[in-house]
Ligand binder design. Sequence first.
Ligand SMILES: Cc1cc2nc3c(=O)[nH]c(=O)nc-3n(C[C@H](O)[C@H](O)[C@H](O)COP(=O)(O)OP(=O)(O)OC[C@H]3O[C@@H](n4cnc5c(N)ncnc54)[C@H](O)[C@@H]3O)c2cc1C
Length: 457
Amino acid sequence: MTDVLVIGAGPTGLTLAIDLARRGVGVRIVDTAAGPSNASRGKGLQPRTLEVFDDLGVIGPILDIARPYPPMRAYVGSEVVWEGALGESRPASPDVPYPSIRMLPQSITEAILRDRLASFGVAVEYGTTVGHVTADATATLADGSVIEADYLVGADGGRSTVRRALEIPFLGETFETERMALADVRFAPGLLDREHWHIWGDLATQELALGLCPLPGTDVFQLTAPLAPGEEPSDLQNLVLGRSGRTDLVIQETTWESLYRVNIRLASSYRVGRSFLAGDAAHAHSPAGGQGLNTGVQDAYNLGWKLASGSAALLDSYQAERQPIAAAVLGLSTLLLRGDSAAPQRGQDTDQLDLHYRDSALSQDRRRVRSGLQAGDRAPDAVLPDGTLFDRFRGPSPTVLVYQARYADAIELDADAARTYGVGGGGFVVVRPDGYVGLLADADQGDAVAVYRTTLL
Ligand SMILES: Cc1cc2nc3c(=O)[nH]c(=O)nc-3n(C[C@H](O)[C@H](O)[C@H](O)COP(=O)(O)OP(=O)(O)OC[C@H]3O[C@@H](n4cnc5c(N)ncnc54)[C@H](O)[C@@H]3O)c2cc1C
């Protein structure tokens, strides 16, 4: 009997499998693909995801290869007509160590996650297709064999077999007329510099005709070319010629190619019995604003410690916490896709640092006077005499923070950090294993801390 069966080894499934494996949970992760994907797809890693990757022990290799988004350079033919940045880079601060989005092809993110998973002795079982699942976490494979687990998680992408088998409606729309040609392409070295995102289009209407974005860690460019309603995608070389007017841009090799349809949908339920959904299986996004992969990684990070605990209250909180976030993100990425004037700005509105679980049953604020952070907010980093708070959070357990108070195995905040956390003299903070403030309490409420801690285990 397997403890948890994870179906799908994209970024969501891999994150979940790592979080479970590091807790000593028996996990199997299967994927229908013959082997790892080389597709660049979700290339934007948001600041909150970088914090999750820090906790999971992969931030070093991620930042070794990832790069800031390059400035954009717009052309008419070969002539540069505009240059500008896509959002601003912000400096790191004691509470936000990773303030800016980083670019990394999804294939490399997945490779780094797979390596980390392997360090716990777990390998992705490729070429393993799940054909059917039931609410009692039983999966039937395409070859007829059966895997029984305590829990099962469908992280099997937008066309999720798990979601269909559980008969969970996927509410929303597919915009058949809004399509985009996508590919990873290689040109002769030196033909296009790798310091800019090269674009062709109508500057006045901001309509993109062709984008060629250099992908860190590779020698390829991600090609994006929106298609007009009814337009049949021609071959990529013709598309590049037609959209850029440049005969010298000869594609030497195409390493991945896809036709993307705008799909904006949300699963009506994230769980049936002991079977769960996470990532694109639960929510389909527009690619604008770089939210899909990031939202999936954070679903996994929210679910891992709850599955490991098996507590009914914690497991119930998964949908309650994550579904409203996906609904809000879907609205946000849709506004960005439409170029709506009410659309939020890329940066602070899309970095996912402000997402919170304030309305969750797990968020408890017992302070008599409330200021600063609220229960359910992201627990910020802070400088300690011997490192940082994030150093101390790293790992699978909850953490108790104190300011001028005593509590067994708690971390002592200084005055600056206490101000950031909004705790006065003698105050307590309990930080959940996934880095959110669970409980805020006053000096005389040490008992509440003890009780609350047991609910997180
Ligand atoms: C052009 C483009 C740009 C994007 N840009 C961004 C971005 O900047 N930032 C961002 O956050 N997101 C972005 N995204 C979205 C991102 O790629 C997805 O949100 C992300 O891949 C979702 O991860 P996932 O693990 O949930 O699902 P997937 O990556 O789809 O993985 C699902 C896995 O399940 C496997 N599987 C499917 N069915 C079965 C089955 N029956 N049995 C076993 N295995 C199965 C598949 O083989 C696959 O490996 C972009 C997407 C596109 C197309």
